[in-house]
Design a binder for this molecule. Structure first.
Ligand code: NI
Length: 262
């Protein structure tokens, strides 16, 4: 079985001391590829650096809504410079976070819009972070014509109606550890209905360790736990769903307009 953990933060300090062990534990359950996702200037640069060191790691660049308040005019040029690496396969994670509200919402929206425009300029699929902001996320994606690049609704936390709207804008739906939580009923209901050619799995490690052992650091080996849970929900064979997710990740990240670069 080949698995692709499509959302990790392997560049974080949490993995500094034992990254090689983390990668080998992942490999032992079939995780062969990883996307190291940037969420600010520093982590974007570090994710790209990791992707240059390890052939199985790919990278994305972007500024998370938490950091919207410290973005300055012209700061995006650093992220643009990182795109010279052929292993950058997406723009994100970007979006809106009304749960923690660490930046004023007007600034979150402005930074979100600016980066959608950049993703279109460079023809990169988007990685979307949506925390309690479903309606504004979908409206802005529509207004900015994000369907031209598509992308993924990472760590999906909404319901089928929001999923349906995202699917209509060429987005994939990615499930993380929160899918396995007993409180995630509407996410689980949505997961049963996502077309099999638009579904992805991820860990979002070091966050969101799957149920039932939610304490401590999450790591890519647990993407298999999420996949097995998802297959159970959908009444599919684990091996079949693994293959679909693997193919979907390749379609999204490696067969876009930058095809031939990777
Ligand atoms: Ni993330």
């Amino acid at each position: 079985m080949d698995l692709f953990d499509t959302h990790t933060h392997l560049s974080m300090r949490d993995f500094e001391r034992d990254l090689l062990d983390v990668l080998s534990r992942a490999k032992s359950v079939g995780v062969k590829k990883f996307l190291a996702v940037g969420f600010n200037f520093r982590s974007s640069g570090e994710s790209v650096a990791l992707s240059q060191k390890f052939p199985q790691i790919y990278a994305s660049v972007g500024i998370h809504p938490h950091d919207a308040k410290i973005v300055k005019e012209g700061d995006y040029s650093f992220l643009e410079s990182l795109l010279s690496s052929k292993k950058v396969v997406a723009w994100g994670e970007i979006g809106l976070d009304y749960f923690r509200d660490l930046s004023p919402r007007d600034l979150q929206k402005a930074v979100f819009r600016a980066q959608i425009q950049l993703s279109k300029k460079f023809r990169l699929p988007l990685i979307i972070h949506d925390r309690d902001a479903h309606q504004d996320i979908l409206r802005i994606l529509r207004e900015e014509k994000a369907d031209e690049v598509g992308g993924v609704m990472h760590c999906f936390s909404a319901s089928w109606e929001e999923a349906r709207q995202a699917l209509n804008m060429n987005f994939y739906i990615s499930f993380a550890g929160n899918l396995t939580y007993p409180s995630s009923r509407s996410v689980q209901e949505a997961a049963k209905k996502i077309p099999s050619d638009r579904i992805l799995v991820e860990t979002d490690c070091p966050y969101l360790k799957p149920f039932p052992d939610r304490k401590g650091r999450n790591e890519p080996q647990f993407v298999k736990v999420i996949l097995e849970f998802l297959a159970g929900l959908r009444g599919e064979k684990v091996e079949d769903l693994a293959l679909r997710c693997w193919e979907n990740a390749h379609s999204l990240f490696f067969q876009g307009s930058r095809q031939g670069l990777v």
